[in-house]
Design a protein around this ligand. Structure first.
Ligand code: AMP
Length: 280
């Protein structure tokens, strides 16, 4: 059965009030739609853990630093609802912008430190947008558990930080990155790649895996990075925003690997910005 869709906060709260009264646990999976197996894996994790599962679909204008990117972002709501059918989620919450940012909305949440680097450095305002909408979705749904993908690892750390800092009573659960067969991390943005670009896209993950193996054999980022970047550009990417090794908790820049370290990359392929990260 297709899950009911709620478009208003009042409708959402009417449902969650009944669940809370029955002492049922609620899990929320925040998404921007154009759902793929990565999103569905989060919904499955929520289904396994919680009595009630809410998937939210909101293309958050505040987290887009580029108006064209917002305009071109894929919107496939009916398909999305169909994809969630087999998982048995309880509710799909698709708020209009006025349900999230009503007239007079004036609050911005900023998480300092963690947002200075990586995507924070190349997408000004992006993490303020994320850090402002996520607590709203947490409070609107009154969820006990929230499920986020490691695919957006910096975002996951930012969300963990803000939930702890704001005493939001929710447990943030990170879920592994789901990949296509050729290694490309699944992403709604992959839909924007032409067939020709799609063939080139897995090079990013391939290069990162080779870097991981070399780091584990004692190589340094200083030695590996020039060649790795050259390979990515040679494969057809036009620009690399970053290709870095960082600590998994504090995201501090590293030259050599240590426990918990991850390789982070963001690169442009035919006008589409792809990001990925892997544990070393
Ligand atoms: P988005 O719709 O891109 O905002 O993503 C919504 C959630 O799905 C975020 O928590 C993402 O990290 C997660 N997600 C996106 N792609 C993947 C993937 N390939 N594997 C696992 N989770 C993902």
């Amino acid at each position: 059965m297709i899950a009911p869709i709620e478009q208003t906060l009042a409708g959402l709260r009417a449902r969650t009030a009944l669940w809370r009264r029955a002492y049922e646990t609620i899990g929320v999976v925040p998404t921007m739609g154009a759902l793929h197996q990565g999103h569905l894996s989060l919904a499955r994790a929520a289904r396994a853990r919680c009595d009630r599962v809410i998937v939210t679909i909101f293309v958050n204008p505040k987290q887009f630093n580029n108006p064209d990117d917002l305009e071109n972002y894929p919107r496939t709501e009916e398909d999305d609802a169909r994809k969630l059918e087999s998982i048995g989620v309880d509710l799909i919450y698709v708020p209009g912008p006025d349900q999230i940012y009503p007239d007079g909305f004036a609050t911005t949440v900023t998480v300092a430190g963690l947002t200075d680097m990586l995507c924070g450095a190349t997408r000004p305002g992006h993490f303020d947008g994320v850090a402002t909408v996520v607590p709203k979705l947490f409070l609107q749904t009154s969820a006990d558990f929230a499920f986020f993908g490691e695919k957006d690892y910096q975002q996951l750390q930012v969300v963990r930080r803000l939930a702890a800092d704001l005493d939001i009573p929710i447990e943030v659960i990170g879920c592994p990155t789901i990949r296509e067969e050729d290694g490309l991390a699944m992403s709604s943005r992959n839909l924007l790649l032409s067939d020709r670009s799609r063939i080139k896209a897995p090079v990013l993950a391939e290069v990162m895996e080779e870097m991981r193996d070399a780091l584990l054999s004692g190589a340094t980022m200083g030695a590996l990075t020039p060649d790795a970047k050259a390979r990515i550009l040679h494969a057809g990417f036009s620009d690399i925003d970053y290709l870095e090794l960082r600590g998994g908790e504090d995201l501090q820049l590293l030259n050599q690997t240590k426990p918990g370290a991850r390789i982070f990359a963001a690169a442009w392929l035919a006008g589409v910005r792809l990001i990925d990260n892997i544990a070393v």
